[in-house]
Design a protein around this ligand. Structure first.
Ligand SMILES: Cc1cc2nc3c(=O)[nH]c(=O)nc-3n(C[C@H](O)[C@H](O)[C@H](O)COP(=O)(O)OP(=O)(O)OC[C@H]3O[C@@H](n4cnc5c(N)ncnc54)[C@H](O)[C@@H]3O)c2cc1C
Length: 481
């Protein structure tokens, strides 16, 4: 008989959270700490969503999305998770760029970038200061019509090299392009510039394990292998979910799943106004990415002068289209030294490139497997420029593609960073359409990435808490449609 992953679950909760990405888990933990009863449902067999890892024989552990996040994670983790989690966040000191226009190493903060822009790129100090101040002064309610490209042209006209330095890491970090609103760039860039790039010591497996324990301590009912088929709505009010063939009632539901699949697959457009449906349909998904995961033989050390993150490109100029092309010219390498997991003797390298879902989805099974093998081989060749004897030192190498991300997280098109900017307004408008229904997850560039997703979870948890207090006197609707 199939195992019942909902065994012992109650028939009704104050809130059901669908998805255990960082936004979903943080929303669940924050709500449970206020005393609300919370059920967290995850379709995968592991918690974490994109914040995940995988193991391979021989003791190799690969992190999927632990490449770097801004310092704000320390404060968010301390407030909404635990001191132990916050205290494990450490800075990455060596961020490198290597492309036909320049090669440099930086700590990736305002002080060092200011120095580089003045000394290496020969820019007037006043222009550099004005640019940083403008980027830091941006907030969500600002002008949304200026594009990133226009912002750069205003401060550094004609300086393709400067644009590359300022833009390449952010494009890699969240898929944003020169055509996106400048505000989405300004906020994310300034977050990083405040103190540099940080990581979690001990790896994603340790982080998610600590978070899981914290959820249980806070009283969240955590369930894996629970794929929510339907969000149940009656009279424009949410009343529960259908999961693993069972209807469970709730006064509120937070979906951490992809914004578009939440609206169109789990709820159904008949429960929303026409205008809202049109806006939701117009939301563009963010792009996806490919990775090559490489483990060195045990005890095989990497020279730390390679850096922690290396933005490498052979393209003469920075162009978003070139970044997405199957004809790869740009790769970002994350070097994981043994200190990533203290006590380990393993060195690992992950190469990432932005990618389009369509390019991979159209391939036959044979071509798909052949393309993955080709991706691994060409990446090893490209890496040999920095680690000449890489082939002899490799113990394991494999690739992931947009199809892989779609498979594991159910994100439409394997989108690594949810949706483009317009997704945020749609996500925020959901509760105005269906009482008690919320969305918290990667949307609109600002609310994506580890820090953005986590903070969005907190914002939405506070909204849900207010809704629950307001609707406390109303009995929950029965979870039947
Ligand atoms: C390759 C890669 C590298 C990245 N690198 C970085 C980085 O260096 N720094 C950084 O800050 N960010 C990085 N990110 C982005 C970051 O990982 C994500 O933005 C963030 O983790 C997303 O969190 P989320 O809360 O939006 O949910 P997600 O992680 O998208 O999780 C959603 C969860 O919902 C679950 N779910 C979906 N549908 C259902 C359903 N019907 N029923 C139950 N559960 C469901 C999924 O299984 C999943 O667990 C990277 C992402 C990728 C893919």
């Amino acid at each position: 008989m199939a195992r019942d992953f909902l065994k012992g679950a109650r028939d009704s909760y104050d809130c059901i959270v669908i998805g255990s990405g960082l936004a979903g888990m943080t929303a669940a933990n924050t709500l449970a700490r206020t005393g609300q009863s919370v059920l967290l449902l995850e379709q995968h067999y592991k918690l974490g969503g994109m914040a995940t890892w995988f193991k391979r024989p021989g003791g190799h552990i690969f992190d999927i999305s632990l490449h770097g996040f801004p310092v704000g994670m320390i404060k968010s983790c301390r407030r909404y998770w635990s001191k132990e989690i916050a205290d494990s966040i450490v800075q990455l000191r060596n961020i490198r760029f290597d492309n036909p226009m320049f090669s440099l190493t930086t700590t990736f903060n305002r002080e060092d970038f200011t120095r580089l822009l003045i000394e290496k790129f020969q820019l007037p100090e006043a222009d550099v200061v004005a640019f940083f101040d403008a980027a830091r002064g941006m907030n969500f309610y600002d002008d949304q019509s200026t594009t990133v490209g226009e912002l750069f042209q205003k401060f550094f006209p004609g300086r393709e090299d400067v644009i590359r330095l300022l833009m390449e890491p952010i494009t890699y970090a969240n898929g944003s392009t020169l055509e996106d609103p400048a505000i989405s760039y300004g906020i994310v860039f300034s977050n990083f510039m405040s103190q540099g790039v940080f990581t979690f010591e001990g790896g994603t497996d340790r982080l998610i394990d600590l978070m899981h324990k914290e959820l249980v301590t806070s009283g969240v009912d955590v369930r894996i292998r629970c794929d929510v088929e339907k969000i149940l709505v009656r009279d424009r009010r949410v009343c529960g979910v259908r999961v693993n063939g069972r209807d469970i009632a709730a006064r509120s539901v937070v979906s951490n799943a992809n914004l578009k699949s939440t609206i169109f697959r789990m709820v159904g457009e008949e429960h929303f106004d026409r205008k809202f449906v049109d806006d939701a349909q117009a939301v563009r998904l963010n792009n996806s990415s490919c990775q090559v995961y490489m483990a060195l033989k045990p005890g095989s050390d990497l020279d730390e002068s390679l850096g922690d993150l290396l933005f490498s490109s052979t393209a003469p100029l920075f162009r978003t289209d070139a970044l997405l092309s199957r004809d790869i010219t740009s790769r970002t390498y994350s070097f994981y030294y043994p200190r990533t997991r203290p006590g380990s003797d393993r060195s690992l390298i992950v190469s990432s490139t932005n990618a389009r879902y369509e390019d991979w989805a159209k391939l036959s099974k044979e071509d798909y497997e052949a393309s993955k093998r080709d991706l691994v081989e060409t990446t090893i060749d490209a890496l040999a420029r920095y680690v000449p004897d890489i082939r002899e030192r490799l113990a394991h190498a494999e690739a992931s593609t947009p199809i892989t991300f779609r498979h594991y997280t159910q994100h439409l098109n394997g989108a690594s960073f949810g949706t483009k900017f317009e997704g945020l307004a749609v996500s925020r408008a959901i509760p105005e359409q269906v009482g008690g229904l919320y969305h918290a997850g990667s949307v609109g560039i600002i609310m994506s990435g580890w820090l953005g997703a986590m903070n969005y979870g907190v914002i939405v948890a506070n909204d849900v808490d207010s809704w629950l207090l307001k609707s406390a006197t109303r009995p929950p609707l029965a979870a039947t449609t």
